[in-house]
Design a protein around this ligand. Sequence first.
Ligand SMILES: [Zn+2]
Length: 308
Amino acid sequence: MNLLHRNAVVACGSVMLIAASVALPAARTTSATNDRPVTVVDGTLTPGWEVLGSSGNLRALIGTPASLEQSLVLQPLLSGLPLGAPGVHSLGLLAPDGDSLVVVTLESLRAIRGARLAAYRVGRWPTRGLAARDPRYAPPPGFIPVTPENESTLVSTRFRLSDFLTHDQQDVWPKVLVLRVALLDKLELIGDELRHRGLPGELHIMSGFRTPQYNAQGVGRKGGRASESRHMYGDAADLFVDANGDGVMDDLDGDGKITVRDARVLYAVAEGVEALHPDLAGGLSAYPASSAHGPFVHVDARGVRARW
Ligand SMILES: [Zn+2]
């Protein structure tokens, strides 16, 4: 009943939307990702680019209640949903492949008191220096409160919320997660481009979001982490391709060895994706194996190209 009601609301909204945008070019309704938030194709509600991203693989909208409510194109989808409650809500709508779509509303950073969310240590995002000069380094607009009940939520074809959690305080809940859809979209495009090039498209996130207190532990010569790492802002991931599930990079260049040359294959694919999607530009670097990990690539979607 609830689902029926939701779909009725969405259907009404989409009719209004289509009527309001007659001056625009016709929606590409035959495409898996058209440029409307939702259109009716053969009597079925079909989400578009605003929801599924450039990759067509996004399965979650993520934002503060205010940012989601301000988006005129998303209003038909979101009306009637309890956006004020932080967490995961069903959109009552399916992706073309049948995956459920969700909206994830962020909780305010004000819920983090004394650098903790209840028992979970978070630390503090910088507010001076670069953070004061560049809005990309300002504290994030909010966070996803992750619980044992919602950590398995599918946020894109390949990834769940749990893939991006900071690797510490395993048994402490709820956890704090910052995750931007720009990163998800970029990773999905990279995975699909690997497949187009005849390579495996299974990506493993070695390190996604890092709380400020976790990131600070690795800053300096020994740790190799940047003090203002994009990992604290939810748009960075260290990843490798792992189709055989052995926990390290696959032999992408086929030389029989797992080396930084395999990371460079992944790097080249990410470079190609960035060339086609400049809105998803960001940092990119290939790293060799160390005693702690195998070769990997850092990818981020900070909005400007960065190489080191
Ligand atoms: Zn990284």
